[in-house]
Design a protein around this ligand. Sequence first.
Ligand code: ADP
Ligand code: MG
Length: 703
Amino acid sequence: MAPHVDILDTPIEYLKGVGPARADVLKKELGIFTFNHLLTYYPFRYVDRSKFYSIREIHDDLTYIQIKGTLLNIQKIGKPRSQRLVAMLRDDTGVIELVWFKGIKWIEKKLEPGTEYVVFGKPSLFNGKFNFAHPEIETVAEQAETIEEKLQPFYSSTEKLKNKGLDSKGIRKIMKNLLIQAQGHITENLTEDLINSIKLVSREMAIMNVHFPSDPAILEKARARLKFEEFFFHQLNLLKLKLLRLEKLKGNRFGVVGDYFNDFYQNHLPFELTNAQKKVIKEIRADLGSGKQMNRLLQGDVGSGKTLVALMSMLIALDNGFQACLMAPTEILAAQHFKTISRMMEGMPVHVNLLTGSTKAKQRKEMHELLQSGDLHILIGTHALIEESVQFNNLGLVVIDEQHRFGVAQRARMWKKNTIPPHMLVMTATPIPRTLAMTFYGDLDVSVIDELPPGRKPIKTAHYYDKDRLKLFGFLKKQIAEGRQVYVVYPLINESEKLDLKDLQDGYDSMSRAFPLPDYAISIVHGKLPPADKEFEMQRFVKGETDIMVSTTVIEVGVDVPNASVMVIENAERFGLSQLHQLRGRVGRGADQSYCILMTKEKLTADGRERIKTMVRTTDGFEIAEVDLRLRGPGDLHGTQQSGILDLKIADIIKDEKILKYARSKASELLRNDPHLEKEKNQPIARFLKEINRTKTNWSMIS
Ligand code: ADP
Ligand code: MG
């Protein structure tokens, strides 16, 4: 093939209107290095500039609008240092104030009382009246010249870009120059089949119109096409990764289900499995028997019984002559798992042990030996399991609980603990909305436990204001009198901040006054305590020696005290939804009615209020996760390590879920027919995929 010179690969400084200085900020601020990059810098909003509002029509939820009117007077107000420029504009229906705090001189010079202007901006309510702060303003004559487009695109910008004249208007200008040059050079990246079968507009048409749409209908088509394209290539990458794994990574075939599993199932299982647990175990069994390495994500709400599923999967490993391990994010949780699993293995010839950072050297050495001889069957622990010195005789299955606390690299290190990589079962109690699971973990298989064990009473959740504290104390006293225990949790922004500890300490002091010794006993736990003290305090609560556990979020994950029936969350507005949900899941584990009480101050932000309302309304983890995703956006959901993977430019995984599903099915259909994208007709797709992967390095991080 002849070398392909693409004008769209031209460095951005060569675009008319850009030059080296602007190119520099475009690169640094937006990662725009080439014509191509700028082409896919899409507007975030369009404003219909053919529509004018009258002043009387202005109301609260308008975004950007334009009005037309005669300028009355102009006035400088305030001391020279904090001066503002105020002008009044009148139309047939009223008068409105325009105000500027910066660039006053320049604007003052430009404005001429008595002249007709077009004012464009976002009205805001100030002291009971609407005004425009820093609106764009042009004379009617000027506007008629400059506005060619009816639907005007708006681009997001930054301070640094604005300083170089690249505000939305500036970007619009260079975009226009770019489109003139790009016309005729925007190549198609989908096949004709695809385009025809789903009636997409061409790529060129889409890009031209997403920037400067000639009418709303074509804009819709352009956006739909670009959304599809974005999801399609995203999914293609994920699905290819999965194919690659299936082809390359052999897995140990666990062909039999034998005595360990059957003996446990028939003689030791403390209760009937839920249907959801059965279904998931079946899925896991199929994976383990397939001869390919399993990489399965197990989602199940707090209390849905994931541990049991993990244990039964581990027993299948044992049945096939392999060892298994279970890794938890904290010592407390690891210890809890160890206790639960040892208890369930009582009377069975299964050797279980616990390895954490605080395991003594001597025990550790013993354990290493037993592991290498194969006499230790199930090892439970923290990330201490990852250490090089922990060598197994024949590790077949790794279960990771609460996966979001483990980095991807850590997980990969577990793969290396056997010549043929062990199967991986990753469990999370943070329900991930299905759409997101599909996008994030497209290369992992997902199982869901969507049912709680029978007999659980739904937790009752209430919202109290701080002024209701006496009522709260009264309620707690009643619960404690009935023999129940209570958690009181304080938020933690950063353990190193003295302030958080002070909140906690103040809370503890006031609890101590309201619940004095010897009638009541209180435990206090926070991240600053030495592990031994923490453990001691936890144990006092677990054993029922204390009635109240005051703590920071260290108890967030995993502790199981069935007798605890009340979870009080202080400053609940400061917690994210998924955290609130996790915390609430600490109660409701026994047969008694449980309660969650969300304490907040009276003034809440809109988001804060919605979080609290959601918690009061529902206990459904998936519903909560959906709201969480809507409020926070997907970027936040999994912390920094995964952010950036979903840097969608135009599609929205919630609003465009249908398109996502469609794109996914089309991507998988394509790979079924042409797994390596070798067919001639698929070359546009293959080329484009290569191109985006050349510039994107983080795909390997996904699983
Ligand atoms: P999670 O999914 O949050 O890890 P666990 O595995 O800790 O949940 O289970 C929560 C509680 O439910 C435990 O006390 C466990 O013994 C119990 N449990 C699990 N499965 C069942 C079942 N099928 N029937 C009744 N109780 C169950
Ligand atoms: Mg658990």
